[in-house]
Design a protein around this ligand. Structure first.
Ligand SMILES: Nc1ncnc2c1ncn2[C@@H]1O[C@H](COP(=O)(O)OP(=O)(O)OP(=O)(O)O)[C@@H](O)[C@H]1O
Length: 302
């Protein structure tokens, strides 16, 4: 397994982004699309907090409204009802205080890795020595110094995702929002990304909100785990993932606590997934109810 250094006494530490972490509160938010008979309620009366200086991970069945919530948090869309606030102020549109990293690569294929990372500062007319030093620092942190002059198609999928993280972090958002950023990577690249990403978070303690459908990814990364219901999406449970940091693959998945969290989360997710599977079938609904009764009686995962 690759060992990644997270040396906090790094001599270039002064170049790190000046992190000011934000906090987002989502209060009774609902979001519907369409009108009349064709109205579809995707998120319903959903409330949660993305706590300052924590890595909050949201996990839920496919199609439960996670990406919709991200668009609302980013300010690309507005809730039908309810409110979303950052540091107590309503979110009215996209802003530099929040930055979203999507599943799809947003790197410009005609720009080198370095130029991609410098895109944000340059777009703001801030191609300063400080920004260039920070780009160099971030290239080092994501292990791409030797690839600074390569173009995205010359990088592996994992390298592209690391370049993307550096490109987001140089803008120093108060809250980083990530929508399944490692989806589609092979298992080994994915696990490597988890260690890189956890390391970047552990150094900065910037507020992070990370959406995934991968339970191992969720547990490895999270300080807090939000479990979603089936559509219309709502937070069904919050689990504090009190595993020590820095996180390392080698010991996280051997730990008793990680396995307890996984069993509890899987039990809840299974119930939610079965609801979508049921689709009105009485036999399937009965199965879900029986499963829930059994889980209530015997505890999660037993
Ligand atoms: N603009 C829209 N108009 C109509 N329906 C939409 C719109 N955006 C999303 N939906 C519907 O809302 C539901 C939730 O979609 P969303 O992409 O938010 O789920 P998700 O949890 O992110 O799914 P996945 O994990 O598969 O990416 C889906 O049924 C989708 O078809």
């Amino acid at each position: 397994m690759t060992n990644i250094s997270h040396d906090l006494s790094d001599s270039s530490a002064s170049l790190r982004p000046q992190v000011s972490a934000g906090e987002i509160t989502v209060s009774n938010v609902s979001k519907s699309y369409g009108a009349g008979l064709f109205t579809k309620e995707v998120v319903k009366d959903c409330s949660f907090t993305i706590e300052r200086n924590k890595l909050t991970v949201m996990i839920g069945p496919s199609g439960c409204g996670k990406s919709t919530l991200i668009r609302l948090l980013a300010g690309f869309e507005k809730p039908t009802t309810g409110s979303i606030k950052i540091n107590g102020k309503p979110i009215t549109g996209p802003d530099r205080d929040r930055l979203v990293v999507f599943q799809e690569s947003a790197l410009f294929p005609w720009m080198t890795t370095y130029d991609n990372i410098m895109y944000g500062p340059r777009a703001r007319g801030e191609d300063t020595q400080q920004a260039r030093d920070l780009a160099k620092f971030l290239l080092e942190k994501v292990g791409l110094t030797a690839f600074r002059n390569k173009y995205p198609p010359q990088l592996s999928g994992g390298m592209q995702r690391r370049a993307e993280l550096a490109r987001a972090m140089i803008n120093d958002p108060e809250v980083m929002i990530l929508d399944e950023p490692f989806r589609g990577l092979d298992c080994m690249s994915k696990e490597l990304m988890w260690e890189y990403y956890a390391g970047l978070y552990e150094e900065s303690r910037r507020t992070n909100f990370f959406v995934t459908t991968d339970i191992d990814e969720a547990i490895f990364l999270a300080d807090r785990l939000l479990i979603m219901t089936n559509i219309p999406g709502q937070v069904r449970a919050t689990i504090e993932v009190d595993l020590p940091r820095p996180r390392r693959l080698a010991f996280v998945f051997d730990s008793k606590r990680a396995n307890e969290v996984k069993t509890e989360a899987l039990s809840l997710l299974h119930e939610e997934a079965m609801k979508s599977f049921a689709g009105g079938s009485k036999a399937a609904t009965d199965f879900v109810e029986a499963y829930s009764r059994r889980a209530d009686k015997t505890g999660p995962g037993s």
